[in-house]
Ligand binder design. Structure first.
Ligand code: 5RP
Length: 208
């Protein structure tokens, strides 16, 4: 199981400092949406420059102007971009097509989408990578039960990532999601000791 470190709501220097502290325990680096809104593609470019061998995710959360945004992310050095499952079909298809042209990958973010019909449509469009995502605002309502994590069991050919307030102690909850990737943000980035927390999460993830 891979660990994707999500860099959200952090100043520029802290993003690089935390990656430096935790790189031994993480597999993928994500530049979070808020950080992209603050610093644009410059931080994606700089992260790729400093960590050329690490897979880099730009969490673009695209829902319109999809081809342009996807090209922006890939040209800046991202290996993976994200598109929202609730986006218009044309946007999802544009992201997938553009990713195909670049030989790169797009994850569909399932934030607030649990409808089997939509998942079937995404499958028909050729979606093969998706994120089960309990958003920051939803986390306050304690969202995310086993049914949510079982949502993708009908799509065993999809690569799955899981995100949303995950911590070392709560990783067991996502077992049913059979995730290939766990996305961890605040648990590491807000920790007093990001390196130690990343190591703990690595140990727990390897036990799942
Ligand atoms: O996509 C995101 C927010 O929209 C986050 O990257 C994801 O939820 C992981 O962060 P955290 O572990 O802090 O919830």
């Amino acid at each position: 199981m891979k660990i994707q470190l999500a860099l959200d709501r952090l100043p520029w220097n802290d993003c690089f400092k935390i990656v430096h502290q935790t790189e031994a325990y993480i597999d993928w680096i994500e530049i979070g949406t808020g950080v992209i809104k603050e610093y644009g593609m410059d931080i994606v470019r700089q992260m790729k420059k400093e960590y050329p061998d690490q897979l880099l995710v730009a969490d673009m959360k695209t829902c319109d102007a999809a081809r342009a945004e996807t090209i922006q992310a890939f040209e800046a050095g991202a290996d993976v971009t994200t598109v929202m499952a609730f986006a218009p079909d044309a946007s999802i298809q544009a992201v997938l097509e553009t990713a195909g042209e670049y030989g790169k990958k797009a994850f569909v973010d399932l934030l607030n989408v649990q409808d089997k019909q939509r998942l079937d449509e995404l499958d028909k469009f050729g979606v093969r990578s998706a994120s089960l995502h309990i958003g920051k605002d939803m986390q306050r309502e304690n969202a995310g039960d086993n049914d949510y994590y079982r949502l993708l069991q009908a799509f065993p050919h999809w690569e799955v990532s899981a995100a949303g307030g995950l911590q070392a102690e709560t990783l067991y909850k996502i077992k049913d999601a059979r995730p290939d990737v766990i996305i961890i943000g605040g648990a590491i980035t807000k920790s007093e000791n990001p390196r130690q927390t990343a190591e703990q999460i690595r140990l727990e993830a390897d036990r799942l």
